[in-house]
Design a protein around this ligand. Structure first.
Ligand SMILES: C[S@@+](CC[C@H](N)C(=O)[O-])C[C@H]1O[C@@H](n2cnc3c(N)ncnc32)[C@H](O)[C@@H]1O
Length: 333
């Protein structure tokens, strides 16, 4: 295996239009981790290594695993079941896992500093953060804990009733700053999360939620986000990347369609490439930056190597749709 010390973070310009964000307002590239494996013999010395690139052999092995999964996809009966009512499986998930499954997203401050510079800082003025797929609140509550802005509003939306109940029942729930509502990111009825108007949101946070959508729902989801955000508003994104360990270890009977799987508990998960993500957001957003977080996790006791791949991005809503780079979907606004 080749290990490189080169940063795998790619700075993306996206469309260069007059609406691009001035360089001075941009954050630095994503931090990710900073521990580089330069000597293969040292691999068991630490629990995790960052920016670990794959060699050709590893890539071929991954492709072979995917080809094998394709030989045995989910059968049609089960596929209908998992595609027809996805929130039911997340409800069941939260009934058995309560609020302690996901770790608090403490890295937010490092990776998405704009939230803290523009929304939670003292005297930031009225600011609204919407977290879609808020689950039990592992992202919302750490943001609230850091808040110094009396006029900050954080809205959590999740299509699982049980998740929303967990947020509301949390001892950290502070109604002065927080609200939670049942809402589907891929909602087609035009309803917005309770208390939110069109173009009223400064930040939309999407952490491991877009991967739960079926590819045919992506467009509706993007339009919903676009409707909610103010011009110049930000989408802060982190999710699964193609060839992540979680994808490669799926056995037969789990593949719903290309790169889209159903887990043993009935919840669905997609694994993205940077190119796909860019295309999904491109019509409405400037890709301010996008990076692939490649981490090698090591179980030193059992001598196991686990290759994790996550994508992270910051998208900025175009300030106007009349800049010639607007959506080609016929949307008028
Ligand atoms: C992996 S969890 C992530 C939870 C949270 N963002 C965090 O970082 O801890 C994914 C969450 O997205 C929610 N979800 C999945 N699809 C959704 C949809 N279409 N609309 C709203 N929420 C959705 C699930 O119910 C679940 O709570």
């Amino acid at each position: 295996m080749t290990v490189t010390t080169t940063e795998s973070v790619s700075k993306s310009g996206g469309h260069k239009s007059k609406w691009d964000i001035p360089r001075t307002e941009r954050d630095d590239p994503f931090q990710f981790g900073q521990r580089y494996l330069e000597d293969e013999a040292a691999v068991w010395d630490f629990n995790a290594w960052d920016h670990v690139e794959w060699d050709e052999e590893q890539e071929i092995l991954a492709q072979e695993k995917l080809a094998k999964q394709k030989e045995n996809p989910v059968n049609d009966f089960d596929k209908k079941l998992y595609m027809s009512n996805p929130s039911r499986y997340w409800d069941l998930f939260y009934r058995s896992n309560k609020s302690n499954f996901f770790k608090d997203r403490k890295w937010l401050q490092l990776e998405f500093p704009s939230i803290y510079a523009k929304a939670t800082a003292k005297d930031s003025g009225p600011k609204t953060i919407l977290e879609v797929g808020c689950g039990a609140g592992n992202t919302m509550f750490p943001i609230l804990a850091a808040n110094k802005n009396a006029e900050l509003k954080i809205v959590g939306a999740d299509f699982s009733h049980r998740a929303v109940e967990l947020v509301r029942e949390s001892p950290e729930f502070d109604p002065a700053h927080i609200a939670a509502d049942v809402w589907d990111l891929a909602d087609e009825s035009g309803r917005l999360p309770a208390g939110l108007e069109e173009h009223s949101v400064d930040f939309v946070i999407l952490i491991f939620v877009f991967s739960a959508l079926a590819p045919e729902q992506w467009d509706t989801a993007i339009r919903n986000i676009d409707r909610l955000l103010k011009p110049g508003g930000e989408v802060l994104f982190r999710d699964y990347g193609r060839y992540d360990m979680a994808q490669l270890r799926f056995k037969g009977g789990r593949l719903l369609q290309d790169s889209f799987y159903v887990r043993g508990d009935g919840t669905r998960v997609y694994f993205f490439t940077e190119d796909e993500l860019r295309k999904i957001f491109d019509n409405y957003f400037v890709v301010d930056k996008m990076g692939t977080d490649r981490r090698l996790l090591v179980n030193r006791k059992r001598k196991l190597k686990m290759y994790r791949i996550w994508l992270q991005a910051r998208f900025i809503k175009r300030a106007s749709l009349d800049d010639g780079a607007g959506p080609s979907t016929g949307k008028t606004e």
